[in-house]
Design a protein around this ligand. Structure first.
Ligand SMILES: [Zn+2]
Length: 245
């Protein structure tokens, strides 16, 4: 038996299937990542076809069956199309980065309401021409790492538990997290963290949105977090979307 459900979703990927159908991967609000077929959307009569496009936030009506790998979606309605993302290469790259993380590093059918809301919010902010797509992506990356269960504490040494500030922050170890200068002496260091990087990492983990930063440091943080993910998730080979920025 399948159950008819309605949920909001971000369109991650889409491919045409057969003569008139399309298969899409969605990150849904209530059921996590799912794949679904939408039949007949490529005929002139269907309104759903155009709305099934990467980054779009949509509402789907789905015949959901636990045992099925590809679900059946009968209706797709647009909630939000982010029209500015497509106008700028950097915005496209970072929005694609979000989609790539959701598509490759989340588990199918694993509900994460907060991750859906955070992802939709980040795409909305990347769509805002007055904001830096790179900064939003860096904040999203820290949020994402936490939501998939690899959070590292920024304000406490992961070995001795001592409070960390810019004076004693020294390194990031990909197994444990931030390490103070004292504990660094006999530990494996994966990445050294200087004062500036530590301060930026600290601000990015915070709720604030107005952050002073140097472009180069922000790039470094994104690369460090990407390496952290690669180290902890062996199947992850890095973000292809960011190769162009
Ligand atoms: Zn320590």
């Amino acid at each position: 038996m399948s159950e008819l459900v309605k949920t909001r979703a971000i369109v991650l990927r889409k491919i045409d299937y057969g003569d008139t159908s399309r298969i899409a991967q969605f990150f849904t609000e209530d059921y996590g990542k799912i794949s679904a077929i939408i039949k007949g959307v490529r005929t002139g009569k269907s309104k759903s076809g155009l709305v099934i496009d990467t980054f779009n936030n949509v509402q789907i009506l789905m015949y959901k069956k636990e045992s099925r790998e590809v679900q059946l979606v009968s209706e797709v309605e647009l909630i939000k199309h982010y029209q500015n993302i497509g106008e700028d290469l950097e915005r496209i790259a970072f929005a694609n980065g979000i989609v790539e993380l959701l598509s490759n590093l989340t588990v199918e059918n694993e509900n994460n309401h907060k991750l859906y809301l955070g992802s939709a919010k980040a795409l909305g902010l990347i769509n805002d021409p007055s904001r830096s797509a790179k900064l939003i992506f860096a904040k999203f990356l820290i949020f994402f790492i936490k939501e998939i269960g690899y959070e590292f504490q920024v304000h406490k040494c992961s070995i001795c538990g001592k409070n960390i500030d810019e004076e004693n922050a020294a390194a990031l170890n990909y197994d444990s997290g931030i390490i103070c200068s004292e504990c660094c002496k006999d530990r494996l260091i994966h990445t050294e963290i200087n004062k500036e990087l530590f301060n930026l990492l600290f601000c990015l983990s915070d709720k604030k949105n107005d952050i002073q930063y140097e472009e180069g440091n922000l790039n470094k943080i994104i690369r460090i977090l990407e390496k952290f993910l690669k180290y902890n998730i062996h199947e992850f080979k890095g973000l292809k979307s960011l190769e162009i920025v």
